[in-house]
Design a protein around this ligand. Sequence first.
Ligand code: PGA
Length: 220
Amino acid sequence: MKSSSLLVANFKSNQNLSDAKTWIDDFSKDFKPKDGGEVVVCPSFTLLPLFKQYVIEHNLPIKLGAQDVSAFPQGSYTGEVNAQQVKELAEFVLIGHSERRTNLKEDEEIIGKKAEQALENGLKIIFCVQNAEQNIPKGVWAIAYEPIFAIGTGNPDTPENAQMVAEEIKKKTSSLPVLYGGSVTYENVRSFTNLSGIDGVLVGGASLDAKEFARILDLA
Ligand code: PGA
């Protein structure tokens, strides 16, 4: 593990309260914290209070992240969860994920407003891009390079290409940390985290299994 790696679990729209309880119990049995690695778990909004309480009660050295944030401040925006509310439960937020760009039709304008709201409220943004050309708002904490063909397909990018894209992203962002995401498993995690240009991973499907995620962290 590098001195400042960022290892992120994105549960997406999975888990109910009982699954989450089992996950965190299992995870805390297997997780061996290491120096220098920051672990961020991003469950659904509904599960964040349970995670937060567990982390505090068990002094578990992980951080929490939300998978989304409203583009609007507090107010009459039915169904939205605003950045002030997120901040009570999480330190990080994912913005720009391709699943939201595609399924929720999030465009540059919405994504930019989400980033503004997150920054105004002191959230650390893990900003997802699908290639090195996409816009990256100012003030983000880290970038996750997640090529669409690799997300949830079992077909990760090649380490060589991931390294190349990560270097291009670093060039245009004054060397912000770049994570790789897309079909990361315990079998391939090292091929990415060993690379000089990759500062961590964002794990979707494989993070839903607490034991597998702990194993990925162990190997990262
Ligand atoms: P995956 O998802 O690990 O299931 O491919 C990654 C992501 O979309 O965050």
